[in-house]
Structure formats: C-alpha cells, structure tokens
Design a protein around this ligand. Sequence first.
Ligand code: NAD
Length: 319
Amino acid sequence: MIVLANDGISPSGKQKLEAAGFKVVTDHVPQEKLADYINNNDVVALCVRSATTARKELIDACPNLKFIGRGGVGMDNIDVEYARDKGITVANTPASSSQSVAELVMAHLFSLARFTYDANREMPTNGHSDFKALKKKYAKGIELRGKTLGIVGFGRIGQAVAQYALGCGMHVICADIYDVYTKVSFVIHGHGEVVVDVEKVELDELIRRSDAISIHVPKQADGSSVIDSKEIAKMKKGVLLVNAARGGVIDEPALLSALSSGHVAGAALDVFENEPTPSEGVLSHDKLALSPHIGAATLEAQDRIGEELADLIMAEMTT
Ligand code: NAD
C-alpha cells in the first residue's frame, strides 16, 4: 500500500510505516498533477501539511483514497466533512507541535522586547555603520518579567505559551469563546509540578490590560479577523503582538497602520494573509519580526507528527 507524504514526513514516521509494509513516497507532486498521481500509483493514504490542499475536486477525482492525514493542527486546507461523507478518514496530529509553536512565540516575544530581529540586520559590516548610534537606537528594550501577557484562544498552544510565560515571571491572562480549562500545570525538573490557575477575562478586558498579546485561535469559519483596527485602538500604547496562529486572525492592514503610528510598538508574524507571498508592506516593515510559518518546524515536533501519522494510517489500514 502506498502512502504519499506530499509535504514530507519525518524519517522516524517513514521508517515506522515501512516497517509495517507500506511504501512511502515523499516526492512533492504539484497540486494540479496530484489526482492523476494518486490514481495512477494506487495511493491509499495522502499526508499533507499546510502546502498541499485536499479540496472537493481532488476528493471526487480519487475514489480509492482511504485516508487523508494532516501533519499538525489546522485543517483549513482540507474539505474535511466532504471527504468524510465520501468515506475517507481524515485525521490530524493536534498536540504534536504545541510546545514548538509556544517556544517560537516566546522567541519572538524576547526578540521584540530587545529588537534582536532588527539589530542583527543592522550590525556594522567593515565599519560601514556606526556601532554607537546603533547601541543608542536599540537602548530602549523592555523586560518581559512582570509584564501582562494576554493569550487569545486558550487551547493546546495557548496553554503551552502560558507555561513558558509564567516561567519567565509574566502575569498571564486569557480569553476564549468557550469555557476552557484554565489550570496550567508544568513540571520544574527536580522540583515537582506547579499548577497555576490563569485568569480568564472577556476579550475586551484582555485587550485593554495586556502589555503583549499572543493569539492562538484557529482560522475563523467566516474568514474574519479576531483582532482588527477597533480592537487595536483599545490596546495599551506600546503593546507587542504575536500571530503564530493563522494569517488574517490579526487584520494585517490594521496592524501595519498601528505599527506605523507607534500605537503597537512591535509585532511578530509566523503566518500571513497571503502565504507564501506576504505583502511588500509586511515584508518591509521595520517593526515586524517575521518567520516563514515555522511554528511546528522543529526536529522534535516533526518526529512526533510523523510517528503519530504513521500510527493513524496503520490503525486505519489494518482494521
Ligand atoms: P486548539 O483548538 O487547542 O485551541 C484553539 C482555541 O481557540 C480553542 O480553545 C477555541 O475555543 C479558541 N477560539 C476559537 N475562536 C476563538 C475566538 N474568536 N476568540 C477566542 N478564542 C477562540 O488549537 P491549538 O492546537 O491551540 O492551535 C491553535 C491554532 O494554531 C491552530 O488552529 C493553527 O491555526 C495554529 N497553528 C499554527 C502553527 C504554526 O506553524 N505557526 C502550528 C500549529 C498550529
């Protein structure tokens, strides 16, 4: 049985499938040739990440496909219900990348607080710029300790971010549309478990109280943003924003204009309204720290994702 991992799979996931007798193909087949490839090669399972899409047309064109696996969380690139109605099992690996995304969020927060994303680019080369002037330019950093971090969307990743932020001495508040579990527990090696009940507030209150805001909601069903110009106007002047969820959940034009006015001091984006070609305005703004949708791109997360996908495929094909 052939598994097409069109956006790749970790070596450990591939090995697991091969040990169970599957042939794993990791060639990236272009989207327009995917249906023909699946049919001509008797592919039974298609694994994707965020690049490959599995829409109605592909599902209709591939009647022998049994399984679509999404390595990671967001399934907005798959017509999930349509595929399930056609008898295809659709599954993702939701928990496997939470820690990695949370660590990227903290990396961005630290970088925004001390301008390292920008200072690095401007360091003098062969004496072509003034070290002292740069030292002055980046002299107004802030500490994260003691600041209030507002986490919008308190699911797996939101809670993982809370663990790290609490460990840094930040005060953490959260907002969620559901009555979510707010007790965050983590183990300090050698010192046992710490449990913190994070304060849950309405979005409006979170927006007004936070020194930094990180958003961890899925792409909204109607494509709308959760934070737009109205919300940004209510934020503290000098707030820091991070979006490692989905492009557009913070409205990009509103963010750019608030960065330019100075209302938002700095922001970090791992996801974009136009992926993979973010707008020039986003790419060139000197108060934006950017990363190319790499939240889950750690060796550890990729191993967990690959192995979990392998387990899901093996369970599906052997029952
Ligand atoms: P999750 O389902 O565990 O948590 C999402 C939370 O958001 C839920 O508690 C939900 O109730 C809440 N929510 C939804 N809409 C909301 C709204 N309008 N206002 C407030 N809360 C709202 O999901 P997760 O595993 O924490 O992942 C969150 C998102 O992160 C994913 O959907 C995905 O888009 C994104 N993600 C990004 C990367 C990356 O590489 N940057 C990797 C993995 C996931």
